[in-house]
Design a protein around this ligand. Structure first.
Ligand code: MN
Length: 488
């Protein structure tokens, strides 16, 4: 496991004398330690910011530290902000301004001017906020008492989004085969994504994968079969098909690990030398945190891996998803999402079944094995990254997933049913107006606010469709953003 941490830098100044600075430092340490007990990643106290040189030095260290995923600042006292300019101007890590205060209450009897000088975050954080605004810094501002559940939970969410940035900057995607012929939305500028998001997107020959598969040993297949049997129910007699998927999974994983790739894409149009499109293989790889995109969709593959890493325990319930068909009965309006095989079992409400079925699309010589299950009910989001030509747009929509309202016994794939916000048809109108893809990442544990934070940190356009959205408002927003992003 990679070490990931966040640095706590607390602003003050010399004006109040050495005793105040000692108190500020002791409290900053105490707060960092106390908050770290509840946060998903350690918040490490680094220094009290009192000079331009000191602040610049710690920011330079943060930029070069592989462990540091972001900095959190707060001003215990007043901290004149011109001394933060040089450091902030060179900051390359995600930044959160925690506008908090050591004491929760104003102590009625105790309060005097000494207390006021020591505890003037309300004053200091405004000066601090000005300089970040003046420098046009992308930042998250979280205000509230540092021990409150809400502040801890919001800081936790921001930390996970910042880890999504760290994962993005190291993202490598392995492509098997090109984009599906003629499809537009899955295309994109690989130079632009490397510049903006850090992704290295490169291609490997299908033949190399087949060669790797042929080198997989019986023992490796047996070990993978034992894992499948422990995790899933087998609902097919076609054990050979499952063994074939095991071989595919072992080979794909070996190639990805060798190259340091965390995501892969393939296409049913290029399976040369393979008997089955990887179904179960891709699904079980996603369950381990790898990203995947079908039809050559490397953008959704990388986004799946990033959003998984942003989720609970570093591998959340996030999955490659595709919008298929609607139920348009009034009062019961739902989308049905699935894929031809590859839906991640992290979405499953119950233990998935391994089934084998004929797959007409693509060059499958044999019936591919795949996991079949129903998605869980609950609040979730769908996210789609599209290339607008000259910039990237991330579209996120709130959805409410439900237990599928019918069993669909002849549907041979995993399925998720949901209602888009604000309602199905308005939600679809907004999504289509914004240009969102049919491929998305569906996530139960990454929130829209986290994706907004991530987009801000990555400096890309963000469009959010939610309970208050209307096509008219979205249209206006897109028009304005189009102008803004052309100027940027
Ligand atoms: Mn697809």
């Amino acid at each position: 496991m990679k070490i990931r941490e966040f640095w706590f830098v607390v602003g003050s100044q010399f004006l109040y004398g050495p005793e105040v600075l000692e108190t500020v430092e002791a409290r900053a340490k105490e707060m960092a330690e106390e908050m770290s007990r509840k946060l998903p990643y350690p918040l490490v106290f680094k220094t009290i910011g009192v000079t331009c040189e000191g602040i610049t030095r710690i920011i330079k260290e943060a930029n070069y530290s592989d462990e540091c995923c972001g900095i959190v600042t707060w001003c215990h006292t007043f901290s004149p902000s011109k001394m933060w300019i040089n450091g902030f101007a060179s900051l390359q890590k995600p930044y959160c301004h925690l506008a908090t205060q050591y004491n929760k209450e104003i102590p009625n009897d105790e309060i005097d001017m000494d207390f006021m000088n020591l505890n003037q975050a309300a004053h200091g954080d405004r000066e601090h906020g000005f300089i970040a605004a003046r420098l046009r810094m992308p930042r998250k501002v979280i205000a509230g008492y540092w021990q409150s559940e809400k502040v801890i939970s919001r800081l936790s969410d921001w930390m996970k989004a910042a880890v999504g940035v760290a994962v993005s900057k190291q993202m490598k995607v392995m492509r098997f085969g090109d984009n599906m012929r003629e499809v537009a939305v899955t295309e994109g500028d690989k130079v632009e994504v490397q510049l903006k998001l850090g992704w290295q997107v490169n291609t490997w020959a299908q033949g190399d994968l087949v060669k790797e598969m042929n080198a997989v040993t019986e023992a490796e297949v047996e070990e993978k079969m034992a894992e499948y049997l422990a995790k899933y129910d087998v609902a097919t007699d076609n054990i050979d098909a499952i063994r074939y998927q095991a071989k595919e999974e072992v080979a794909i994983k070996k190639m990805m690990d060798r190259e340091g790739c965390l995501a892969f894409s393939n296409t049913f149009q290029d399976l040369y030398g393979m008997e089955q499109l990887p179904g179960l293989a891709s699904q079980n790889l996603m369950a381990q945190g790898y990203g995947y995109g079908g039809e050559g969709d490397w953008k959704v593959a990388a986004m799946t891996a990033i959003m998984k890493a942003m989720g609970e325990g570093g591998n959340g319930a996030s999955a490659f998803m595709e919008d298929y068909t609607y139920h348009l009965v009034e009062g019961q309006e739902y989308s049905l999402g699935a894929h031809m095989l590859e839906v991640c079992p992290s979405l499953a409400a119950d233990k998935p079944r391994i089934e084998t079925h004929f797959l007409g699309i693509g060059m499958n010589e044999k019936d591919p094995a795949r996991l079949v299950f129903e998605g869980k009910a609950g609040k979730a989001i769908v996210a789609s990254l599209i290339d607008m030509g000259g910039r990237l747009r991330l579209i996120v929509q709130d959805i409410e997933a439900v237990k599928p309202i019918m069993p669909m016994p002849n549907l041979p794939v995993a399925r998720v049913m949901w209602r888009a916000m604000p309602d199905l048809t308005t939600g679809v109108e907004c999504w289509i107006t914004a240009g969102g893809a049919h491929h998305t990442v569906l996530s139960y544990d990454v929130t829209a606010e986290q994706m907004r934070d991530w987009a801000r940190m990555m400096d890309i356009e963000f469009v959010y469709i939610n309970k208050d959205s209307t096509p008219e408002k979205i249209e206006e927003e897109l028009l304005i953003k189009d102008l803004v992003w052309k100027l940027k």
